[in-house]
Design a protein around this ligand. Structure first.
Ligand code: DGY
Length: 321
């Protein structure tokens, strides 16, 4: 029997790729850069399955260009690059990769929080620039963790894993997420209170129409002058222009961004001029084991969909009702 045809939009880790190759006739995009829109539309024309990444826009037009498409497997927990409603309307299940990246992303949020608080990147640049001529009691002073308040916006798996880590640093943790129950000693609160009381604010919401630019001029104005904002969620949750103004004018102390709007951040972005803005290139889940597991889960979702079985992780499970 002929194997189902699939398009894989980049070379993902071998753990997932070998599973895909075993079960499918796989067309795997070889470039480091993602396929262009035209390439993507052309390559999905006769596929049964698609393994996509967060860099690929999977919308109604693409689904209509792929009349045989039975499953979309996105190798990410976030699916804001996929029009899930359009997929549901076409009865195409959409898979994602939650769980396997929770610890890596929470670790990364903590790494960013610590780096911004203790001015690690500024210190490193200072040494490399040959400016380290003596120990000085006022050099590059940062913020303390013990006793400070951490506000977590979005208290799903990753937000909770951040709260769990915060216990070891003696942080007082509050969170805003109307749909989540308290865990790891964190106390629920409304958004306004969280913004006003937090010394650190870590974002863990998915990108939706409700969360787009939820951190804006108005919400930034409510934050403390010593506040440190950490974003490992999605770039557009923060209004970059408003953040630039808040950081430049020292309205808040610092920001540490794993994600930006747009991605990649243009080299002439004003945010890159600021010493109090630490930016890394969307590395939240970038540990070897995590990416192996993400690719494996994405392959499992893909294959289940091709077999007409329920995806192990499906974001439109109503298709199975
Ligand atoms: C995800 O899975 O959504 C992450 O952003 C990838 O690092």
């Amino acid at each position: 029997m002929a194997k189902p045809k699939v398009f894989v939009t980049r070379i993902v880790p071998e753990k997932g790729l070998s599973l895909v190759r075993d079960f499918c006739e796989a067309d795997i995009w070889q470039d480091e850069m993602p396929p262009s829109r035209a390439d993507l539309l052309a390559r999905v024309r006769d596929v049964d399955g698609l393994l996509s990444l967060l860099t690929d826009k999977i919308d109604a037009e693409l689904m209509d260009a792929a009349p045989r498409l039975k499953v979309i497997s996105n190798m990410a927990v976030g699916v804001d690059n996929v029009d899930v409603a359009a997929a549901t309307a076409r009865r195409i299940p959409v898979g994602n990769t939650p769980g396997v990246l929770t610890d890596a992303t929470a670790d990364h949020a903590f790494a960013l929080m610590l780096s911004a608080a203790r001015r690690i990147v500024e210190g490193e640049k200072y040494v490399r620039a040959g400016k380290w001529i003596t120990w000085h009691p006022q050099l590059l002073l940062g913020a303390d963790f013990a006793g400070a308040t951490l506000g977590i916006i979005g208290f799903g798996r990753i937000g909770q894993a951040v709260a769990k880590r915060a216990q070891g640093f003696d942080l007082h943790v509050i969170y805003h997420d109307p749909s989540a129950r308290p865990a790891y000693g964190a106390t629920p609160t409304d958004l306004g209170t969280l913004l006003r009381e937090s010394d650190f604010i870590s974002l863990h919401v998915p990108l939706t129409e409700q969360t787009r630019h939820m951190i804006n001029a108005e919400t930034l104005r409510k934050m403390k002058p010593n506040a440190i904002l950490v974003n490992t969620a999605r770039g557009p949750v923060v209004d970059s222009q408003a953040l630039y103004i808040a950081l430049k004018s020292k309205q808040i102390f610092a920001a540490a961004l794993d994600v930006t709007e747009p991605e990649p951040l243009p080299v002439d972005s004003p945010l890159l001029e600021l010493d109090n803005c630490l930016i890394v290139p969307h590395l939240g889940s970038a540990s070897r084991q995590t990416r192996d597991e993400m690719s494996f889960l994405a392959a499992q979702n893909l294959i289940a969909g091709l077999k007409g079985e329920r995806l192990p992780n499906c974001v439109n499970p109503q298709l199975y009702d």
